[in-house]
Design a protein around this ligand. Structure first.
Ligand SMILES: *[C@@H]1O[C@H](CO)[C@@H](O)[C@H](O)[C@H]1NC(C)=O
Ligand SMILES: *[C@@H]1O[C@H](CO)[C@@H](O)[C@H](O)[C@H]1NC(C)=O
Ligand SMILES: *[C@@H]1O[C@H](CO)[C@@H](O)[C@H](O)[C@H]1NC(C)=O
Ligand SMILES: *[C@@H]1O[C@H](CO)[C@@H](O)[C@H](O)[C@H]1NC(C)=O
Ligand SMILES: *[C@@H]1O[C@H](CO)[C@@H](O)[C@H](O)[C@H]1NC(C)=O
Ligand SMILES: *[C@@H]1O[C@H](CO)[C@@H](O)[C@H](O)[C@H]1NC(C)=O
Ligand SMILES: *[C@@H]1O[C@H](CO)[C@@H](O)[C@H](O)[C@H]1NC(C)=O
Ligand SMILES: *[C@@H]1O[C@H](CO)[C@@H](O)[C@H](O)[C@H]1NC(C)=O
Ligand SMILES: *[C@@H]1O[C@H](CO)[C@@H](O)[C@H](O)[C@H]1NC(C)=O
Ligand SMILES: *[C@@H]1O[C@H](CO)[C@@H](O)[C@H](O)[C@H]1NC(C)=O
Ligand SMILES: *[C@@H]1O[C@H](CO)[C@@H](O)[C@H](O)[C@H]1NC(C)=O
Ligand SMILES: *[C@@H]1O[C@H](CO)[C@@H](O)[C@H](O)[C@H]1NC(C)=O
Length: 813
């Protein structure tokens, strides 16, 4: 999705890419049948080859959608060519994306709404925790519960299609502006999060959308850049150049989970992929998604991500969002490669109508499968009033917005958000039993992240004052209320009749005036709130906290030897003050959503024992991270923006492990108010006569079903060895045998289990290893292969706190 900030500043930011999209005009051969971008091997090196995969395969209804497919086929049979063209092309309307109604068939249209943590462009909806927070829980139940509650709100507002969840970006680079919208810098954890979220959303009869497919690992130059008039493309989008193995084992992996969970739609990304735009890349869309993974739903474009007509359609794209000009309406007063051009292309014989039919069948099959043809709530008209993306003045058709407006869909979700926020708060440091707080009578609070926002809830700018509960862009929320940390601490501290003093001006705190203000004496605990903004459309400039946060900590710790630091951040921050002995505790609270303060207080005061774990690595120095975004090119060639995924499989902990770099807080790390141990690792084989190659079964959504067969159950016993009840996450990491091709990371997450334990209690947990978990992608055989030799199975409480080791040998050497 285009950033909502760009929408507000449309003249500056959005218009160029939209105009470029719709008018082309850069000399690109937009409508050529088998358009493949001209290749320059000097620039593209070993990549730059997109294997042509045509034609786009028809949906078959495989995996339980056959009844719905039959209904979709019957629907398509009723349509005129012009109606067909507008079933695959968006129009301006009340939602962020709209497919026009066809009243004569009783079809009321489709409403598509942002985004991953909220029904964004509406009122009386909740703002949930961000993806990074949800991932930090490592809790399947919470991932499902969050997804289900989100689905209820989309349904309540009449949104057929929820533009969530995000697994691209995956987290290749620490700097990417959208990492917080996705889950973890690991495909396994992200894959589980995708499945739980998709099932939960779709259990409400709402379609989920897996995005952004694929290689969208940075924001810089994600769209073409052009001249100031917005009509000329000077340089095309960045090309993510990804080798086949890395594609399968990292970036595609969670999309495979999404397809297996029967996701209704997949949204293709803005970037180019190996030189060709993702939304017209036939290898990625036809070859990988529809053939290899057996995807039965539809591919929709990111907003303005379409750069051709025929090439996109033949390349596998099924729906153009947000669409364009035509009989039914117009978008931004510009034309569209789809819409009436599709009608023309059918009528002049360029486009085979069977392809157009399949596009609509793919769109309507999940619609029928999820029962959206009967009893689905009508679109809440209030969203249309605040939809800056296609304001009312741009609508060209009657959407019959007669249903009740401003429907309150929040239910009890505030309670869930509070619970999810507390479960997502990672305790990174806790010395001298600083936490939980023991009814302190004097508390001092510092930092511009503690208090209320002063410039409105729209949350599209990194304002100086106000706590950060979500990031910016289309993935933000529009909260109906926000509980700040300051407010929540004041409320809680009142129970102890405590003195609560606070200074929220970072400039003041870091000035020499500060000590004089500490009256009447040093507080028992100082709590410093730091924030780090990130938003769609741009990448982070730095991995430090914003607003001189490190200096704020230094100013406070000079005097206060019991300083608790809390960060509200999009993700990775280097935390140099972690070495300071006066910093007694650090909590990474990420973006917890509207109940931010309450969730934090639950952890600070010990009502909730922290159990979250980092879904990425915190290194010692910014310079320790690899794979930075491509931020500039020195040449002016149209195709010069390239991003070489040369680190291959070595992202995040895979890199730090492979290069033997010590880190401050490793992937999977997080403390508790109690302690745990892991014992009794055992491996139970669940399949006999395992072969290196999977049996070639008929493809189902998710790919060859043999890849999802469970081969082993690894079990351990986890016990609570401390003095309070608490939960932890047992984590299984797999080391591949030496026979695996070079470049295989030393260990990879392949199982996790969240377990809650009373004092002294032990429980057995199991990690079911599937064939895919023990395979590498063989680029020659074009299949998942189990290498011969011993696999090392390590179970522990983080990626570097491994307590039990075992092994299996599925294929003897
Ligand atoms: C390919 O790119 C290189 C580097 O920008 C440039 O020097 C060369 O002229 C290009 N070749 C063609 C055929 O465009
Ligand atoms: C990208 O290029 C690599 C290397 O040539 C190739 O193996 C892979 O199939 C390509 N992927 C796509 C989606 O074009
Ligand atoms: C899709 O189905 C139609 C109708 O059965 C058929 O004519 C067409 O060839 C099929 N397309 C592909 C790519 O199989
Ligand atoms: C058809 O596509 C072209 C770009 O190829 C565009 O300029 C034109 O406006 C489109 N026509 C309509 C009716 O949308
Ligand atoms: C058919 O229509 C398409 C869409 O407008 C256009 O791009 C193409 O050039 C036309 N082909 C012919 C042969 O007229
Ligand atoms: C408009 O909506 C109302 C109630 O939802 C429905 O009864 C009516 O038939 C609709 N009108 C049209 C033209 O679709
Ligand atoms: C913050 O403190 C600085 C230094 O005392 C002062 O100049 C500035 O005006 C203050 N800002 C606000 C918003 O009060
Ligand atoms: C820690 O706080 C004490 C005051 O309690 C102060 O004397 C000392 O210098 C501080 N240490 C650091 C590293 O700031
Ligand atoms: C922290 O400072 C207080 C007040 O100066 C002092 O009583 C206490 O011993 C110090 N604690 C540590 C761990 O240094
Ligand atoms: C651009 O050129 C400068 C100076 O030669 C060089 O330091 C820099 O690395 C180049 N940047 C890129 C992206 O090639
Ligand atoms: C496993 O393979 C052996 C040797 O080929 C065969 O005798 C045995 O029946 C197989 N077991 C199963 C369960 O398929
Ligand atoms: C794996 O082990 C766990 C823990 O004992 C158990 O709950 C689970 O049912 C087992 N799974 C299979 C497939 O045997």
């Amino acid at each position: 999705m285009a950033s909502a900030r760009s929408i507000l500043l449309s003249a500056l930011l959005l218009a160029p890419s939209i105009h470029a999209q719709n008018f082309g005009g850069s000399g690109r051969d937009a409508d050529a049948f088998s358009y493949v971008q001209p290749l320059n091997t000097t620039i593209l090196g070993p990549y730059g080859h997109v294997p042509a995969v045509y034609p786009s395969p028809n949906a078959t209804g495989a995996g339980g959608w056959d009844e719905a497919l039959a209904k979709a086929l019957a629907f398509v049979a009723e349509l005129t060519v012009e109606e067909k063209a507008w079933m695959v092309t968006g129009v301006a309307g009340p939602c962020i994306g709209n497919i026009a109604p066809i009243p004569r068939l009783g079809f009321t249209g489709l409403c598509l709404q942002d985004g991953p943590l909220s029904v964004r462009a509406t009122d009386y909806a909740s703002t949930f925790s961000a993806g990074v927070s949800a991932a930090a829980t490592w809790d399947r139940d919470i991932l499902y519960e969050r997804g289900y509650a989100l689905g209820e709100e989309f349904r309540g507002k009449g949104a057929h299609i929820a533009l969530l969840p995000v697994c691209g970006p995956l987290g290749r680079s620490a700097y990417s502006g959208r990492n917080w919208e996705g889950f973890a810098a690991d495909p396994y954890l992200t894959g589980v999060a995708m499945e739980e979220t998709i099932k939960a959303v779709q259990d409400n009869g709402v379609q989920a959308t897996a995005k952004h497919y694929i290689g969208n690992e940075q924001e810089t130059q994600r769209n073409p850049s052009g001249s100031a008039d917005g009509f000329t493309v000077d340089q095309e989008s960045l090309s993510a150049n990804i080798d086949d193995r890395t594609m399968h084992e990292l970036y595609l992996w969670p999309f495979a989970n999404a397809v297996r969970a029967r996701v209704a739609s997949v949204l293709c990304s803005y970037n180019r992929l190996n030189g060709t735009y993702a939304c017209e890349n036939s290898k990625a869309q036809n070859g990988i998604l529809k053939e290899e993974l057996g995807f039965q739903g539809y591919i929709m474009s990111d907003w303005g991500g379409v750069h051709s007509g025929m090439s996109s359609i033949e390349g596998g794209l099924d729906m153009n969002m947000p669409g364009g000009l035509g009989t039914y309406g117009q978008y931004w007063d510009a034309g569209s490669y789809f819409g009436d051009n599709v009608t023309l292309a059918i009528n002049n014989g360029t486009l085979d109508e069977t392809r157009l039919n399949d596009m609509i069948v793919r769109i309507m099959t999940p619609y029928y499968h999820l029962g959206q043809d009967s009893g689905f709530p009508a679109v809440d008209p209030s969203g249309g009033d605040i939809n800056t993306f296609s304001p009312k003045s741009t609508w060209r058709i009657d959407f019959n917005l007669t249903s009740e407006r401003s429907r309150d869909v929040r239910g009890n979700h505030g309670e869930l958000i509070r619970k999810h926020g507390a479960a997502a708060t990672v305790l990174l440091k806790n010395e001298n039993n600083a936490l939980p707080l023991k009814a302190p009578k004097s508390i001092a609070i510092f930092g511009n992240d503690a208090g209320d926002v002063t410039q409105g809830f729209l949350n599209q700018v990194n304002y100086e004052y106000g706590t950060l509960h979500v990031g910016g862009g289309s993935g933000t929320g529009r909260p109906t209320y926000l509980v700040t940390p300051l407010e929540a601490i004041k409320t809680r501290a009142a129970q102890d009749d405590a003195l609560v003093q606070y200074w929220l001006n970072n400039t003041l705190i870091t000035s020499s005036e500060m000590p004089d203000l500490w009256i009447p004496k040093l507080p028992e605990v100082c709590i410093v709130f730091l924030k780090t903004w990130a938003e769609e459309g741009s990448d982070r400039q730095s991995l430090s906290v914003d607003w001189d946060g490190e200096e704020v900590v230094a100013s406070v710790t000079k005097y206060c030897n019991n300083t608790v630091v809390v960060t509200h951040s999009s993700g990775i921050n280097i935390l140099p003050f972690a070495d300071n002995p006066n910093v007694t505790a650090i909590l990474a609270a990420h973006y917890p959503g509207q109940e931010s303060g309450n969730a934090l207080v639950d952890v600070l005061y010990g009502d909730v024992n922290p159990s979250a774990k980092l879904p990425y690595t915190i290194a010692f120095n910014s310079s320790d991270y690899n794979a930075p975004p491509t931020t500039a090119v020195n040449t002016t060639g149209v195709y010069d923006w390239q991003s070489w995924f040369d680190e291959k499989l070595e992202i995040d902990y895979r890199y730090f492990d492979a290069q033997n770099i010590s880190v401050r807080y490793e992937f999977g790390f997080g403390l508790s108010y109690t302690t745990f141990d892991v014992a009794d690792l055992a491996v139970e084989p669940l399949a006999a006569n395992i072969t290196a190659e999977p049996e070639a079964l008929d493809i189902l959504p998710g790919g060859n079903p043999a890849l999802w067969e469970t081969l082993y159950n690894v079990t351990v016993s986890v016990s609570n060895t401390g003095e309070v009840e608490g939960a932890t996450v047992a984590q299984l990491y797999v080391g591949f045998p030496d026979s695996t091709p070079a470049g295989t990371p030393p260990k990879q997450l392949r199982g996790f289990a969240k377990v809650n334990l009373a004092v002294g209690e032990s429980k057995q947990v199991g990690f079911e290893l599937m064939r895919r978990d023990l395979s590498y992608w063989d680029v020659v055989r074009q299949d998942w292969i189990i290498p011969s030799g011993d696999f090392v199975l390590s179970v522990g409480l983080s990626s570097r706190d491994l307590r039990q080791v075992g092994s299996v040998t599925p294929i003897s050497a």
